[in-house]
Structure formats: structure tokens, C-alpha cells
Design a protein around this ligand. Sequence first.
Ligand code: GDP
Ligand code: IMO
Ligand code: MG
Length: 431
Amino acid sequence: MKARMPNTAVVGVQWGDEGKGKIVDMLAARAGIVVRFQGGNNAGHTLVVAGEKVVLHLVPSGILHPSARCVLGNGVVMDPEVLVAELDALEASGRKVDAARLGLSRDLHVIMPYHRSLDAHREEARGGGSIGTTRKGIGPTYEDKVARRGIRLADFIDLQVLASRIQQELPLKNRQIVEWYEGEAHTAEDVLAWAAPLAERLAPHVCDVAGELHAALDVGTPMLFEGAQGTFLDIDHGSYPFVTSSNTVAGAACAGSGVGPGDLQEVVGIAKAYATRVGAGPFPTELDDDLGAHLRRVGREFGSTTGRPRRCGWFDAELVRRAARLNGLTCLVLTKLDVLSGLEVLRIGRGSDADGEAIYEDHPGWTEDLTACRSWDSLPASCQAYIRRVEALVGVPVALASVGPDRVEIVPVDPARSAWMLSDAAQTEAN
Ligand code: GDP
Ligand code: IMO
Ligand code: MG
């Protein structure tokens, strides 16, 4: 019999879009519950199964496995219109997501139309100094949460309570939108008319996520915590102010869902074999040239939420080493190695000099296509050496290497570290 999967957090260790969705989808085959614990629909997680592509913004990436229950924890901010559209899209593709499959914490905060407006107006007002947010209302919703004036899901689905909360909130929000930003006021009638059908639709999903997780801990149900964004977009540890509005590090899995630090056994860091960033902010190893454009083209580096081209550059070992400590990583998964095929020289960032210029070490590249590789031995020697060097510089073992977008395009690097991650089929193939 297979050992139970340890309770595991999966987090991005760069600036997001590392391939978290693909790895969560893969691990979810063995999880009983998959939990989103922070962020909102600023996230875009892409899963590819047998050639079919599914992009998820709010629904956890375990949803394609019928045996996994998916939940949004209290730390998430949820746009009900986006969630309902996502559920409709899943249903249209033959995957009905009922209340048994998806639970929503009654304590999570709801993104309202005025939050989206404020996000967009603020970005416009910042002009050249903008953060490059996704304009989904994430920041303004977390602001209201911390200011203790947010609307939690339990209040959103009670239309009487909601009406009074909207009456309370709108004067201040409209004042900002109309007087500061010369935008259009929201009327209470419009906001309520928008909310009512969404509240009715989502009400059956509302639950006590923390209580559910405690019950799951009692019976040993394996849990998977799905991070959004990446370590250097963390509100505290990222490149402030060019960050998102939540803690993205693994510690947030506890606060954002209601389990304790001791309930997590594994923390898997997802790193791209190079680096990307979408939006503004420092990026020491950025390639602002043909090579950067090459990575963008071959890696299809365009945002899954906003469609914006992602800035591309070399792997920054110094940064990922820091991320290893910030998250308490137990292992790394290195993704998109296939994108590096054909480059003569691969550079790895080793920090910056006094002028802030990146310092590099160079490695020989490889020409082989990696997408058919399924075992360590089938990887070219220089690719093996690149992985080993990343491991040594970051100080954390690489458990898996990803060589393509599909669920099955994966190479076990360290059998001791990766056995629990692989499905029976993948283990057989790797042996
Ligand atoms: P996430 O936000 O961390 O879940 O990542 P995204 O889904 O936004 O971006 C990662 C993109 O790379 C998606 O389009 C994935 O399908 C794709 N992807 C994931 N792993 C690999 C890989 O190993 N190779 C290639 N070529 N694409 C990958
Ligand atoms: P996933 O989960 C990449 C970036 C935005 C912007 C900054 C703040 O797919 O990895 P926000 O809308 O959160 O206030 O924007 O954070 N950002 C992401 N970049 N991947 C993401 O999510 C992101 N979510 C937010 O581009 O720079
Ligand atoms: Mg993404």
C-alpha cells in the first residue's frame, strides 16, 4: 500500500508564474483536500492534461481530480463574478463543480465592483510610477480587510446584511472614485443587483474551512496548499512597493486557512529554470534584448490573467536561495527546462555588485529537445549539471524537473525526495 501523502504547501519562489498550477494538479492526484490560502484572481494557473489546457484563477488546481475536495481559505479575496464565470466554464467543459467539490470559507473577503474601480483608477493616477497591478481589485479589498471594513462571504450571501454594508461603504468609496479620480459613482441599487444572483449561486458552497481542515487532520486526510503569486511579490518579503497585497510565503498557508505550522510536513518551492516577472519592479537578471525575446517566444511568456508580455531573464540563484529560507523549503521543482534547449551558454545570477549589476557564472547549454525525457538518465549531461549547480547554489534538493506544460512531462530528479509526489503510473515509468 502507498504511504499517505504528507501535508504539503506549494509556493512560487520567484515573481509568480513558475508553474505552480501544473505541479499542484500533478500532486492533487494523491490529495484529499486542495486549499487556496491567499491572493485572488490576480493568479492565473495553467493546467494541461492530454493536450487540453485549463486556466484557473480562483478554483484550486486540484479540481481536475474528482477525488480531491477544493476549498478557498479565509486568506483569499474572492471576486464572485469571476468565480461564477470560472464554474460556468468548467461546467461547459463537462466538469460540474457542486458544493461537495468546492467549499468557500465564510470568512474570506469579497472583491466588490468598487474595489476593481479603485484599483484601476489608482494605477492610472500613478502614471509612469504604476505598480502594474492586474487591476482585479486585489489591493483595495485587502486594504478594507485590514481596515476592518471589508465584506466577508458570510455577510455577502445574506442580502439584508449586504445591503446595509453596501450603504455604509459606498459614500466613502464614491467620494474617492468621483472626487479624487473623476470616475463614475457606483449606486447601491446597481451593486446589490450585481450581487444578488451571485450570492444565491455561491451560498451552497459557503462553509467553515478551518473547521473542515481540523476534522481532516483528525483522520489524516492528505492536504495540499496551493500558493499564488511568488515569494518576491510578498507584501513583506518582496520588492516593496512592487508587490501584491498578501503574504505569499509558505507561512501564509497556515494563517490563510486555519491550520498550524506543525501540520505541514513538506514545502515545495516551484522555480522556473530561468526567471520572469510581469508588472513593474526590480529584476536584476532581466534580459532586455533578443535573448529575452527568445525566452518569451519559446516559453510563451504572456500573462494568463492579463495577457501582458512577461519580462524574461536568467535564473537568479541568490534570490531563490533567499526564498528557500523565507519559505522553509524542503525541496524544489525546476520547471520549463525544455525552454532552455538550444542556447549555447546559460547564465546563473549570483547576486549583484556594488553598482547593482548582476554577477553571473556561465554554464554550457544543450541542444536536445527535452520534452520526451521522463528519467534522469535521459537528460543531456549538461542539463544534469545545470540542475545540480542550481541545487548546490540554492541549498535545497531538486525533487522534480518539468520539461513541458503537460501533467506527464516530468522527470524525477531525486527518487528519495520525489517518490511521494508521483502517481503510480509515473513511478512505474520512471523505474
Ligand atoms: P503558475 O501561475 O505558477 O501556475 O504558472 P502559469 O500557469 O501562470 O505559467 C506557467 C506556464 O508555463 C503555463 O502556461 C504552463 O502551462 C507552462 N508550463 C509549466 N511547466 C512547464 C514546463 O516545464 N515547460 C513548458 N514549456 N511550459 C510549462
Ligand atoms: P500567479 O499565481 C505573476 C503581480 C502583478 C503586479 C503585482 C501586483 O499566476 O503566479 P496585484 O494585482 O496583485 O495587486 O498586482 O503582482 N502579480 C502576478 N505576477 N503571477 C501572478 O500570479 C501574479 N499576481 C499578481 O503583475 O506586478
Ligand atoms: Mg500564473
